[in-house]
Design a protein around this ligand. Structure first.
Ligand SMILES: Cc1cc2nc3c(=O)[nH]c(=O)nc-3n(C[C@H](O)[C@H](O)[C@H](O)COP(=O)(O)OP(=O)(O)OC[C@H]3O[C@@H](n4cnc5c(N)ncnc54)[C@H](O)[C@@H]3O)c2cc1C
Length: 315
C-alpha cells in the first residue's frame, strides 16, 4: 500500500499543514508497513524539511505553468506522479479543492477532514469531522484506493526523521482554465488558517475604531486577527478575517472570542479550535457553552488589562 502525500507550499515555502499531512501519512505508512512519498509543486524549501516528518521520497514537480494555481491542473500534475493506493492532502483551501478533482480523475474514494490515523486499512476506515465540527463519523471506503484530507491541527505535526531521496519531475501540464492576473498579499499579517493563536472580535466592539486593542493583544500573543460575519459585512474589518460557516473554518490551538455571541453559524467555523476563551459581558451569551474558559465582563476593560499582563509576563 504505497502512501503518497501532497506537501503544500506557498511561494515555494512549505506550510505547517504540509508537515502535519506528512506526519499523518507516515502514521498510515507505518500501519501499512510501507514508506511515504511526498509530492510538491515548484518548492524552493529543502526536502530535508519533509524527511524530518517521515517522507522517504520527495518528488518535486517543476512546471512553470503551475505558477498560477488551478485545482484541475494541480490534480492533473499530482495524478501524473502519484501511483499509490493512499494519497493524503492537508485540508487547506487549495488542497481540499485538488483532492476531489483527483478522486474523480482516478476513481478513488474521498474521505475529507480526517482526525486520526485510520482505524483499519482493509477495509479502510477512519474517524472524520462531520456537520461543521459538531460531530464525528467513522467513514469506510469501498475498495483500497483512498484520498484523504487531514483536518488542520487535529493530528498534529510529529517529527519522525527518516533518510530521504529527492527526485525532480519536469512537467508541463495544461493550465488553461484560469490565470492569476495579480496576487495581493496582506503583508506582514499572519495567515489566519495557519495561525496557532487567533484573537477574534464581534459586534460587541461597537465600531472599527476600537480594534486597536484587539490588534495589540494579537501582537503580544503572535496571533492572527479574525471577526464575526456582521463585522466584515458592515466593513469594520476585511472579509479575509470573517470566520464561520460562510467564512473561513479555522482550528488554532487557542481561539480568543471577544464580544461575539456564539451563533451556531460562527461556531461552525471555529469550534474545532483546541482551546476556546470567550470574553463577553452577557453571562447568558451562547458562546460560553462552547468555551474552555469564559470571562464575563466588559471587553473594554478586560482586553487592555490582559494585554498589559501578558506584556509584563513576557517582559
Ligand atoms: C446563513 C447564515 C450564515 C452565517 N454565517 C456566519 C459566519 O460565517 N460567521 C459569523 O460570525 N456569523 C454568521 N452568521 C451570522 C450569525 O448568525 C450571527 O448573527 C453573528 O455571528 C453575530 O455576530 P456577533 O456575535 O459579532 O454579534 P452579536 O450577535 O450582536 O453579538 C455581540 C456580542 O457582544 C457582546 N458584547 C456587547 N458589548 C460587549 C462588551 N462591552 N464587552 C464584551 N462583550 C460585549 C454581547 O453580549 C453579544 O453577545 C450567519 C448567519 C446566517 C443566517
Amino acid at each position: 500500500m504505497a502512501v503518497f502525500v501532497y506537501a503544500e507550499n506557498i511561494n515555494g515555502v512549505y506550510k505547517k499543514a504540509a508537515f502535519e499531512a506528512v506526519s499523518y501519512a507516515k502514521a498510515v505508512a507505518d500501519q501499512a508497513g510501507d514508506t511515504v512519498t511526498a509530492i510538491s509543486v515548484n518548492p524552493t524549501d529543502s526536502s530535508d524539511l519533509l524527511y524530518k516528518y517521515g517522507a522517504s521520497n520527495v518528488i518535486n514537480i517543476k512546471d512553470e505553468g503551475l505558477k498560477s494555481f488551478s485545482a484541475k491542473a494541480y490534480a492533473q500534475a499530482v495524478s501524473e506522479v502519484a501511483n499509490g493506493n493512499i494519497i493524503v492532502f492537508p485540508h487547506t483551501t487549495d488542497a481540499s479543492s485538488i483532492a476531489p478533482m483527483l478522486a474523480v480523475m482516478n476513481g478513488f474514494a474521498l474521505i475529507t477532514n480526517t482526525l486520526a490515523a485510520p482505524e483499519s486499512l482493509s477495509p479502510f476506515q477512519v474517524k472524520r469531522r462531520a456537520f461543521s465540527g459538531k460531530g464525528f463519523m467513522h467513514a469506510k471506503a469501498e475498495g483500497n484506493n483512498v484520498i484523504l484530507t487531514v483536518s488542520q491541527n487535529a493530528f498534529g505535526v510529529k517529527e519522525n526523521a527518516v533518510s530521504g531521496a529527492e527526485e525532480v519531475k519536469n512537467l508541463s501540464v495544461a493550465n488553461e482554465d484560469t490565470k492569476v492576473i495579480s496576487h495581493e498579499q496582506s503583508s506582514g499579517k499572519l495567515d489566519l488558517k495557519e495561525a496557532e493563536v487567533v484573537v477574534s472580535a464581534g459586534r460587541g466592539l461597537k465600531g472599527p475604531e476600537n480594534w486597536g486593542m484587539i490588534e495589540e493583544l494579537a501582537n503580544v500573543l503572535g496571533a492572527a486577527t479574525a471577526c464575526s460575519k456582521p463585522v466584515s459585512d458592515i466593513g469594520w474589518r476585511p472579509h479575509t478575517e470573517h470566520v464561520g460557516q460562510t467564512g473561513k473554518a479555522i482550528s488554532p490551538n487557542l481561539y480568543i472570542a471577544v464580544g461575539i455571541s456564539g451563533a451556531i453559524q460562527h461556531l461552525a467555523g471555529v469550534n474545532s479550535s483546541k482551546t476556546i476563551v470567550v470574553i463577553n459581558s452577557d453571562p447568558e451569551a451562547p458562546f460560553f457553552k462552547s468555551a474552555d474558559y469564559g470571562v464575563v465582563g466588559d471587553a473594554f476593560q478586560i482586553i487592555p488589562a490582559l494585554t498589559e499582563k501578558i506584556k509584563a509576563i513576557k517582559g
